[in-house]
Design a protein around this ligand. Structure first.
Ligand code: ADP
Length: 253
């Protein structure tokens, strides 16, 4: 673990039209740690996550991931700005709610697509890495299957392998189990827990409170576009001090 936080977020502000959804978000994440964003629907969690990946461009604030730092207030318009945003995007891999795999490609082809086409890595090397990742998510035997032959949970695990194949500095999970049937949630959470304990730096939006408790080194509780409470999971989930956090936890548990 290095002293400089792997993720540095300062003063993020973002509006959609005249609705201000982020009102000054600040946090840091150390390398190898998991940060869980909790909060009611509409509190801004996904917007924070998408900003980390430069899928949303905040009006103000700074996001740094390792040696790439973007000051959004200073982001030039046009091509230069897009280039800076894409440098930030390349630092993280995103796992979305629903797997969005290519249906006519095998599991293995889905996983190597980014490394080979976007990162121009040698195919053989990408295949070897992809096989190791598929083993890690428990799908080593299904490399030649097509997505339609897999369960939703397995497809989501392929989605995770695909995000990791790009060797991102940070892995972002946007409600990774919310589109799954309840009986498939556990296997996906187990894979994420395994990644988190094997040294990946993760930021996770989830409503799975027990999972959050187990996986999080840091919990940020958002409401109305601000971080209302932060701390370890024992502090924020186990012994919250803010009434808004307590109310949320009462409702969700
Ligand atoms: P959460 O993840 O906590 O549910 P979001 O970050 O998804 O919250 O959304 C915060 C607010 O921003 C919500 O009111 C949502 O409707 C609004 N919002 C999110 N994305 C967009 C968008 N692309 N256009 C307009 N409003 C949006």
């Amino acid at each position: 673990m290095t002293d400089t936080p792997r993720i540095r977020v300062r003063g993020l502000e973002k509006s959609f039209g005249d609705q201000k959804v982020l009102r000054g978000i600040d946090f840091e994440s150390l390398s190898g740690t998991s940060t869980v964003l909790l909060g009611p629907s509409g509190s801004g969690k996904t917007t924070v996550l998408r900003s980390l990946n430069a899928l949303e461009i905040p009006e103000r604030g700074v996001i740094g991931i390792d040696d790439v730092e973007v000051d959004f207030a200073q982001l030039p318009s046009g091509r230069t700005g897009r280039k800076e945003a894409s440098r930030l995007r390349a630092q993280s891999g995103m796992v979305f709610q629903a797997h969005n795999l290519f249906p006519h490609r095998t599991v293995l082809e889905n996983v190597i697509e980014g490394p080979v086409l976007a990162q121009k890595r040698p195919r053989e090397e990408a295949v070897a890495d992809a096989r190791a990742l598929l083993d890690q998510v428990g799908l080593g035997e299904r490399a030649d299957a097509y997505p339609s032959q897999l369960s939703g949970g397995q497809q989501q695990r392929v989605g995770i392998a695909r995000a990791l194949a790009l060797k991102p500095r940070v892995v972002l999970f946007d409600e990774p189990t919310s589109a799954l049937d309840p009986e498939l949630v556990g296997e996906v959470l187990a894979v994420i827990k395994d990644l988190a304990s094997s040294g990946w730096t993760t930021v996770i939006v989830t409503h799975e409170i027990r999972f959050a408790e187990q996986v999080a080194d840091q919990v940020l509780f958002l409401d109305g576009g601000v971080i209302v409470e932060r701390g370890t999971s024992a502090q924020v989930i186990g012994d919250p001090t803010e009434e808004r956090t307590r109310k949320f936890l009462r409702r969700i548990t």
